[in-house]
Ligand binder design. Structure first.
Ligand code: GTP
Ligand code: MG
Length: 406
């Protein structure tokens, strides 16, 4: 039987109890003592393979060094039902880093809000980032209920505050789950609280165990890394970023616009009949393709874009309307131009600061229309692996973003 591996991203204002909550989950799930450590480690190994995007990060090194002390924490634990990878992202840059490495490919977010302090600056900012990343499932933990004597009235006040904020970010707050909890005392995390009998909803772990990953099969996207000729055969090496690749498939590669057939799927050990998402393989085909190309099935091929709408956060230098820069997405690197800056957004609050500005500066976020050389991109919310990009100026990565619309 396959165990489901659920990716959880944990966000919330400083000191509202994220680390304590992780500790509580690890402790109550007895993950620390799990005898099947090996199994979990194997899963962790698999998970690590996703960090091949690491090369993106190299130029962020300097940025990250400044804040080494608050590095991202990613931990695994297992409930009776699922495996969980839970990532604590304390700050904005960690969020960006996660977005680039793929760790933020979260199935669900847990937003921690302290019952005594209520909504704070980072609560707002994190909600904005979740929305931007297309994370639609959010569980709200109203934490530190012990500090407000487990009072229902206080919970309702905070819930109302958060709901208002959620609605302002186009989340349907009415459909969301709010859990009154105490990470410190263990109320409603794993164990049902005795002090809050007025709450009848699920505990956090019950809610998480109910998360189903959308089973819908995603379209095939095979990203080309390299092309070799070996003994008269053309071998295209790359990775299946979404969907399934099968021997015999009729495929199209874009933007090269080559229609061909998958004659063989090769791995170091031999040949395969099929390859799944995240598998790195070599395929034998006919036709001229190149690094940066993306294969899809003939029935649902990737569409190269010359223009798309993205939301980017600048980590360095300014960016002007009309400016030519470079953009990296998947293995592609193309020239592009800032065609239009639609909105300048405060990355702290998520608020629109200016419409149609001429330029944006370090740490600003913005919705931008990019005009590019033909490039395969996908909406982040649909295929995140091809929905994130890095902006490059003078050989330096100056920002990162997600594709909102193509
Ligand atoms: P940063 O990583 O700095 O953003 O903080 P955090 O969100 O990880 O908070 P952390 O878990 O470090 O908790 C901050 C403080 O709140 C600590 O002193 C905790 O002991 C306390 N705390 C966390 N959860 C609870 C709770 O349920 N009840 C009470 N009373 N205190 C809590
Ligand atoms: Mg912490």
């Amino acid at each position: 039987m396959m165990n489901v591996n659920v990716n959880v991203v944990l966000v919330g204002h400083v000191d509202h109890g994220k680390s304590t909550l992780i500790g509580r989950l690890l402790y109550d799930s007895e993950s620390i003592m799990d005898e099947r450590v090996e199994e979990i480690q194997k899963l962790a190994e698999e998970y690590k393979r996703r960090f091949e995007f690491a090369y993106f990060l190299d130029s962020f090194e300097d940025e990250l060094k400044e804040e080494r002390t608050i590095d991202t924490v990613s931990l695994m634990f297992k409930s009776k039902k699922n495996y969980y990878t839970i990532t604590d992202v304390p700050g904005h840059k960690e969020f960006i880093k996660n977005m680039l490495t793929g760790a933020s490919h979260a199935d669900v977010a847990v937003l921690v809000v302290s019952a005594d302090e209520g909504v704070q600056e980072q609560t707002r900012r994190h909600m904005f980032l979740l929305k931007m990343l297309g994370i639609n499932q959010v569980f709200v933990v109203v934490n530190k209920m012990d500090a407000v004597d487990y009072k229902k009235e206080r919970f309702e006040v905070v819930k109302k505050q958060i709901s208002k904020l959620l609605n302002s970010f186009d989340y349907a707050a009415e459909e969301m789950l709010f859990i009154p909890a105490s990470a410190m005392e263990g109320d409603n995390i794993y164990r049902r609280s005795e002090g809050m009998e007025w709450y009848e909803g699920p505990t956090l772990i019950e809610a998480l165990d109910g998360v189903t990953q959308e089973g819908k099969e995603k379209p095939l996207r095979f990203v080309v890394q390299d092309v070799y000729e070996v003994e008269g055969e053309k071998i295209v090496v790359g990775r299946v970023e979404s969907g399934m690749l099968r021997k015999g498939d009729e495929v199209i590669s874009e933007p090269s616009c080559i229609k061909t057939k998958v004659e063989k799927i090769k791995v170091f050990e031999g040949e395969l009949e099929e390859a799944a998402t995240m598998d790195s393989v070599g395929i034998v085909i006919k036709g001229e393709v190149k690094r940066g190309d993306v294969f899809g099935l003939v029935g649902n091929p990737p569409k190269p874009a010359k223009e798309f709408l993205g939301e980017a956060v600048l980590l360095g230098k300014e960016l002007k309307k009309g400016e030519p820069i470079e953009l990296r997405c998947g293995t592609a690197k193309v020239k592009c131009e800032i065609k239009e800056i639609k909105e300048k957004i405060d990355s702290e609050t998520g608020e629109v600061m200016e419409e149609n500005p001429e330029e944006i500066n370090e740490h600003d976020a913005a919705t931008i229309v990019f005009a590019t050389e033909p490039l395969v991109v996908e909406k982040f919310a649909e295929i995140p692996e091809l929905g994130r990009f890095v902006l490059v100026k003078n050989e330096r990565n100056i920002g990162a973003g997600v594709v909102l619309d193509v």
